[in-house]
Ligand binder design. Structure first.
Ligand SMILES: [Zn+2]
Length: 304
């Protein structure tokens, strides 16, 4: 059932207040990608088991596949059923129009990322689009997230090594962050400090000193994308410094697929793949989500 504008505003107000609280109390929301109903169930069960507040997120691919209103309804039904604190993030929304659709569907978090769709987008195009979304989000109070340039990697398992010298060129700087936040009025800045979309053959390294400088440069929330494949100690330090949202996708996808492959190989006579997914994949993905929740220090923090 669609939410009323009043209910959407209540949800967004709460999400905003909870992000502030997270920063004050040094914990972060895990923003877990929702590929299908099974991954959603994994996240919800992890949130319930750890009594943790969570975000689930969809990007354009899942929006096209599942539909914004269906995502809202699925999340609301499970939120009610499990009594968990859960919000929805529209991740890497490629255009102002797509972001507006997310705001109107009642998503509490909107990430506008025109440079993902167009890597050559100019600074001015990015700022103009981001400002338009910030302005429209006043309708519901949704929190708007963005970053000033294209963010590397893709949510998949990569076989190539990470070239840190190349990646370092795309790191956030305190000056750029401050200018971008002031120019756009965003609520959340997606920092680039060594985080990279996807899972790589070597663990990721985060520049925590740079993160300290970013934290001091602007008053907004800070998020980390590309959290998969990052050793847990980096997250524990990052939330102490003040990161309040960490996106996780590839680590879940990796376990989903490898568990399903093993399960199918172990059960050659089983043709209900949904049964294998429910019995074996969901608990395996749930375990990944729970371990991230512990790293993000959000266990026990839910206020449903
Ligand atoms: Zn991302």
């Amino acid at each position: 059932m669609p939410l009323t504008l009043r209910q959407i505003r209540i949800n967004c107000d709460k999400a905003r207040a909870r992000m502030e609280q997270a920063r004050a109390e040094h914990w972060a929301f895990g923003a877990f990608n929702l590929d299908d109903q099974a991954t959603l169930k994994s996240v919800v069960q992890a949130a319930a088991a750890q009594k943790a507040p969570v975000l689930v997120e969809v990007s354009q691919g899942e929006v096209d596949d599942i539909g914004l209103d269906n995502v809202r309804d699925l999340v609301d039904n499970l939120k009610f059923q499990y009594g968990v604190e859960m919000y929805i993030n529209l991740d890497h929304s490629p255009s102002v129009q797509a972001a507006i659709a997310g705001i109107e569907a009642g998503f509490e978090f909107i990430h506008i990322d025109v440079s993902q769709a167009n890597h050559d987008a100019t600074d001015e195009e990015i700022i103009t689009a981001t400002k338009a979304v910030v302005e429209y989000a006043q309708l519901t109070g949704a929190l708007v997230e963005s970053e000033p340039h294209y963010f590397g990697g893709s949510s998949n398992v990569h076989t190539e090594k990470i070239d840190y010298q190349e990646i370092r060129k795309t790191f956030s700087t305190p000056e750029h962050m401050k200018a971008f936040v002031e120019a756009t009025g965003i609520d959340t800045y997606a920092a680039a400090i060594g985080n990279l979309h996807g899972k790589y053959p070597v663990p990721k390294k985060l520049d925590l000193e740079l993160l300290q400088q970013l934290r001091a440069a602007a008053a907004c929330n800070i998020s980390l994308h590309g959290g998969s494949g990052t050793p847990g100690h980096y997250f524990r330090d990052a939330v102490k410094i003040g990161v309040t949202k960490v996106n996780i996708n590839s680590d879940m996808r990796y376990v989903y697929r490898t568990t399903l492959e093993k399960s199918m190989a172990d059960n050659p006579g089983e043709y209900s793949i949904a049964k294998l997914i429910n019995h074996e994949v969901v608990p395996a993905v749930q375990a990944v989500v729970e371990s991230k929740i512990v790293d993000f220090n959000s266990a026990g923090k839910a206020r449903p």
